[in-house]
Design a protein around this ligand. Sequence first.
Ligand code: DQQ
Length: 580
Amino acid sequence: MEKYVIWVVLLQAILIGYAIKTGYFEENRNIIEEFDEAKEKQPYRTGFHFQPPKNWMNDPNGPMYYNGVYHFFYQYNPYGATWGNGNLSWAHSVSYNLVDWTHIEHALSPSEPYDLRGCWSGSVTILPDNNMPVIFYTSISVEGEEVQNLAMPRDTSDPFLREWVKSRHNPLIRPPSDIDPRSFRDPTTAWQKMDKTWCVLIGSQLGSDRAGILYTSRDFISWSRGDNPLHMSNRTGMWECPDFYPVSASGGDGLDTSANGEDVLHVLKASFSGRDDYVIGTYDPMTDEFNVVGVDFMDDRVQLRYDYGNFYASKSFYDAAKKRRVLWSWVLEGDSEANSIARGWYGLQALPRTILLHEDHTQLIQWPIEEVEGLRDGKVTLDIKEIESGTMLEIAGITASQADVEVSFHVSNLDGVELIDEGLLDPQLICTQNNASVNGVLGPFGLLVLASEDLTEQTAIFFRIFKGRGKHVVLMCSDQSRSSLKTPVKDAIYGSFLDIDPNKEISLRTLIDHSIIESFGGKGKACITARAYPTLAVFENSHIYVFNNGAKSIGVSSLSAWSMKNAQFSQEGSSWLGFE
Ligand code: DQQ
């Protein structure tokens, strides 16, 4: 035995000596240093938006507030900066304020025949009887089927719920025979009815219809398919990541997912073809009938989208601490896969947003959670009453590459504005045909952000006012067509109509964070998220301007801007150590 130990020690010494001689340790240290340095200098990593230290991230999964801690899970490829079909795991981060995060051990990784080809999206439900949070997630089995599974924390007394155990009953739901086994995924947070029955929706398609398939259960283990899907549409792409939740019709707080009653309407969201659309309706838990009030999915005239830019696979949760509903969403890269691989990471999360129903019940209002304002630093105000035609003014004195700007405009008379082309009712197309360089009567006016000093790089978020059928129409655009000298952004111009009275205030809040720009028009009535990859307008060489290129001058009621501090991100646990 002694002899054996001596041999092992001797062998180790020889190996270490060889490694030192050949520079093995040196080489690895260099790789680590290079990586850190690259990260430091990377102009597109964000200061206050959620992102993991490296690799690929997509959908938000199962956000929740549990025993004083916010939990955020997300689709993550531990092996690289591409989607990496087959390896998707649930990465897990925790926070006390939804702004500063600690990345902890991954919650779910492929390990069983039913999830060996990936742990895909899903939700968390907190079971009230034993205050137990459970994950309901889709996985891809070795046979390639999309099946639904359950997982629970090993120890609910661990405040971070570091370890998750997959149920021995998995898979709980397999695709029924009339459903394509490759289109059956992303269970919602479950809601519980008065008779204690649990319900979830699963995104799918039935023939030519895309649908939210309803399943019910008494014990959360054994599930039966409802008689009918909760809702269907033959105008959309396949429904991914559906979300279904109540909103108060009389204003005030957000509602827990199982809430219902007289003053309650329900929101159904589906993600398809790169967009997150929602409908508002009434839900009768006795009959499981959901009836849309107003605009349905892909209505020819108006479409309700959470965000008219880059915003996909979103998921909301009820935050019991602040009695609000909070929305998370994945923001994709807008450039090439090769660039992501070179950078070593892909994907951001939008700032969490509070969602409320607008008082007229026709749409939702979204606003960055109030905690984001805690990062504001060094307020600057621009004391101007108006901005004349053809002028721009710099908002100086803040860190323009990481900032929050709030501006409120008003117009004194709407005479002479252009008529809107009635055949062209796609706002994105109107913004594309009338981009920031096309001068009109009232507009473009707004902000130029991530702008280089010579303005060769700039991203414009702006408004235009037109005369439409019978009333004036406000258009909000985000134009990334000149945001980079080198890296063009896919779908470079976004647009939305903004349902406000142009005789009143026209407000814009824009948050800039190096390569992401989130804009909220009309106090959260229209939101546009965009990506930009400037090469000149980076760090201290970035500028922000307020501008007006319309023929008429525009009133400015207020303009405030702040530098934004970094959110704090830290790591704990072996999932984040070394290179996987
Ligand atoms: N992403 C997941 C799926 C979901 C899609 C896989 C949406 O569960 O349908 O990463 O982006």
